[in-house]
Design a binder for this molecule. Structure first.
Ligand SMILES: [Zn+2]
Length: 113
């Protein structure tokens, strides 16, 4: 399960950041994922709830932002949001490169006060 593996990495990253800050209880974790990662945010949230049990992240909210991938036309250099039509919206060219909104990033950890 893809989401579980990503969530393990996320919980690890948050744990490491918490240790660096000297601990605390997490209220919200904000992250971004690229649109082409094939991740279901709902599954990620349930995986997070499961994996964060018995940690300083227990009960924390996971806020996920999806970053859309972009297509860039090699002919006219036009850019647009990628969908399943891999051609240029301006000139109709099919020589397009994918500019991925790729990977996942941990954006912010909000602690309880
Ligand atoms: Zn074009």
């Amino acid at each position: 399960m893809h989401e579980m593996a990503i969530c393990c990495a996320l919980v690890e990253a948050v744990g490491a950041e918490l240790a660096r800050r000297g601990g605390g209880q997490v209220e919200t974790v904000r992250m971004s994922i690229g649109a082409l990662q094939g991740i279901e945010p709902d599954l990620l949230i349930s995986a997070f709830a499961l994996l964060s049990e018995d940690t300083a992240m227990a009960g924390a909210a996971l806020a996920i932002t999806r970053r859309p991938a972009r297509l860039q036309c090699r002919t006219c250099k036009g850019e647009r949001a990628a969908d399943r039509h891999f051609h240029c919206a301006s000139c109709g060219g099919t020589e397009v490169s994918l500019l991925p909104g790729k990977g996942m990033t941990l954006d912010e950890i909000i602690l309880r006060h």
